[in-house]
Design a protein around this ligand. Structure first.
Ligand SMILES: [Zn+2]
Length: 694
């Protein structure tokens, strides 16, 4: 939900696409793992996901305003509700407000003022539209791009919508070769559909979505005051330009290889690569500090962009910029814009029937714009020190399991094992919330205009990112807010991060049965640690540098194991529509993390039980053994129903596998699972050539 890192090196447990959607109009209700939910009339060795989740699915259909509905959705609503209370209280307070209360309260008041926003209608955007109208020559294009970069949010999953950056991405980043340096980076961008495939594929569904997209762009131009004829013509121009921007883009699979992103340019070299873009001027306009070099993640894209600037008339570019202004502003404008935006992004692309209530959209926007302010209140309410201590212990247990695992594998040499352990010991565990809260004191928020507040927050965040250049890396920084239900590994900081938002039921509770805690949050912890050793993470060393610490033989042995996973997860996903296939090369890192993480969590549970004189095969009062309850809790934490439209979009763009396979493929690779449920050779949950990396 936060503005993500510019380069795609971020390894989370969930796709933001799926995460941002879960909420409904029902009262918040926290789910708890219940072993009685397993459907004993089914065979666990046939389809363990169905066995574990079907009863829950039957009792909990997807609400009309939801894209995804699962066992974690009640928590999501609960988290949103905590922030709502904080904001409402701050808005209602009459006198003696602190600066934080003023910011939070006024942000809320401005966002909830739907009548005022409707009255202002498109007039709010008039000065912005006028800026674009007044562009006189092609030099003005980059000036407007600089302005949009500093004012329009660059990532916005909150309103069933992913806003891209206009033309290309720009921001600070740790250097890939020397993680102690913060430099500037440029990335491909400029599309308003979820990925390049959406512009280039020719199957019937892709063509249908493109036609609907063009109609959506036309309607947005009409809402901005253009005639029907102009709007139709301009929508065509947008599609033509975006398709041309899509063609030279690196695909998602290539972007998982950090070596392919690591292209260093001096300013002169960048200028030579793209003579039609005045970089010096752009950098001055965005107030970028001097940097030693620039990382250009996709040089071919910038070369093509340079040509497109020359080839297309100024009017085309003005149309493109106007579209991106309208698109990026739509969630903060009048009802007509909000509804049209939802009709395409919420309904056509995600399959939702109805929009979320306004208050939830406001809480999500505030989470993005004032996340560490709202987060403080969330932590005070929902994450006591005893919970933190319990999670710290769990993390240590899972890390100890990986040390054992590394020592036990037969395909790594002692030299590489030493390096791997060194890297593991270098991982910093960040639990719940940052040690030092972000300072928002220079951010001006008023109750006059929601749109202005979003612009001010974006400018604040854009400046914050650029201010990092040339300074020591802030290792304490978080890229997720405390109420977020997600977790991540950061390869360049070598940190694992678990926001307080996921350290709640059904994933964790300090007094849960250990089998349940290890099976749900334990597997999440294992997942993030394993990211440090997946096909991408293993290319970084303990200090976060992109450095090969593997012997060639060990590297080869690793790749063979990785390929097994990539092949296993390359499969048709009939639930997402005919012909939709998951690319195992895209999901390989996440799948490796799921497989390794679940095994590590089970090893850690085994060790924890032994300490208390218990075993995995002890039976509880519910009749299940600890081993069985571990796997049931693992599956339960992934019981997620998703609309087919959203699933199709996820399969085509997201590095996370469909939840059903996150459960079934993982357990089918584990003899420990087969042992738990007595599955025999030949059953679907017993993979004949089981894959294993960790
Ligand atoms: Zn992950």
């Amino acid at each position: 939900m936060r503005i993500p890192k510019l380069l795609p090196l971020f390894c989370s447990i969930l796709g933001t696409f799926a995460l941002a959607q879960s909420a409904s109009d029902e009262a918040p209700k926290l789910q708890h793992f219940d072993p009685q939910l397993a459907d004993r009339s089914l065979d666990p060795c046939q389809d363990f996901y169905k066995y574990s989740c079907q009863k829950w699915f039957s009792a909990n259909p997807i609400p009309a305003d939801q894209v995804v509905w699962g066992t974690g959705s009640g928590l999501n609503i609960w988290n949103l509700d905590v922030s709502r209370e904080t904001m409402e209280l701050a808005a209602a307070k009459k006198a003696g407000r602190s600066q934080i209360e003023q910011q939070v309260g006024d942000y809320w008041s401005a966002c909830m003022d739907e009548k005022g926003i409707d009255a202002a209608a498109v007039h709010q955007l008039a000065p912005e539209l006028h800026r674009i109208d007044a562009i006189k020559d092609k030099a003005g294009i980059i000036e407007e791009v600089a302005h949009l970069h500093a004012t329009l949010p660059s990532a916005w999953a909150g309103n069933d919508n992913q806003t891209p950056v206009a033309m290309f991405g720009f921001g600070s980043s740790q250097d890939l070769d020397d993680a102690s340096l913060v430099i500037l980076a440029l990335d491909q961008g400029g599309l308003a559909l979820p990925s390049r495939d959406f512009y280039l594929k020719d199957d019937a569904k892709s063509v249908e979505i493109r036609n609907k997209y063009q109609a959506h762009v036309r309607k947005m131009f009409e809402l901005s005051g253009e005639s029907k004829e102009d709007a139709a013509k301009n929508a065509e121009v947008v599609l033509t330009l975006e398709t041309a921007l899509a063609k030279p883009q690196m695909d998602n699979v290539s972007r998982r290889d950090p070596k392919k992103l690591n292209n260093k340019f001096s300013l002169d070299q960048l200028q030579t690569l793209t003579p039609n873009i005045d970089w010096k001027h752009y950098l001055e306009l965005v107030n970028a500090p001097a940097t030693h070099h620039y990382i250009v993640s996709a040089p071919e894209f910038f070369k093509a962009l340079n040509e497109l600037v020359a080839e297309h008339p100024l009017d085309h570019w003005k149309t493109y910029l106007r579209w991106h202004l309208l698109h990026g502003s739509a969630p903060y404008l009048s009802t007509a814009f909000v509804d049209e935006n939802f009709a395409f992004y919420g309904h056509t692309l995600s399959g939702t029937e109805k929009m979320q209530p306004r208050w939830r959209r406001c809480v999500r926007a505030a989470d993005r714009d004032l996340g560490e302010v709202l987060g403080q209140a969330y932590v005070a309410r929902a994450f006591p020190p005893e919970s933190k201590q319990r999670v710290v212990n769990l993390v240590h247990d899972v890390e100890a399991a990986l040390v054992d695992d590394i020592h036990s594998v037969d395909w790594m040499s002692p030299k590489t094992k030493d390096e791997a352990v060194k890297k593991l010991q270098g991982i910093e565990d960040k639990i719940g919330y940052p040690n030092k809260w972000r300072d928002y004191s220079t951010l001006k928020v008023s109750k006059e205009s929601y749109l202005d507040n979003v612009h001010a927050s974006t400018a604040f965040e854009f400046k914050r990112q650029l201010d990092k250049v040339g300074k020591p890396v802030d290792r304490g920084e978080w890229t997720m807010t405390p109420p977020t239900i997600n977790a991540y590994y950061d390869p360049q900081l070598n940190t694992i991060n678990f926001p307080a938002g996921i350290l709640q039921p059904p994933y964790f509770e300090k007094d849960f049965d250990p089998s349940v805690n290890y099976g749900s949050i334990g597997a999440v912890i294992g997942h993030e640690i394993t990211h440090g050793f997946d096909d991408e993470g293993r290319q970084f060393d303990a200090t976060g540098n992109l450095r090969d610490w593997w012997t060639p033989e060990d590297s080869k042995a690793y790749d063979e194991r990785g390929k097994c996973i990539a092949n296993e997860y390359t499969e048709e996903i009939p639930e997402a529509g005919p012909g939709v296939k998951q690319d195992g090369r895209l999901t390989q890192g996440e799948d490796t993390a799921d497989n390794g993480g679940t095994r590590l969590a089970l090893m850690a549970l085994d060790a924890a039980l032994r300490k208390e004189g218990k075993t995995l095969d002890d039976k509880g009062p519910d009749g299940w053994t600890n081993r069985q309850r571990f796997f049931l809790a693992y599956a339960y934490s992934w019981c997620d129903q998703m609309r087919p439209e959203a699933l199709r979009t996820q399969v085509l763009t997201n590095p996370h596998s469909f939840p059903k396979y996150r459960v079934n493929n993982t357990v089918a690779n584990m003899s420990e699972f087969q042992q738990a449920f007595g599955c025999k050779k030949g059953a679907p949950m017993v993979h004949e050539n089981a894959c294993r990396v960790w």
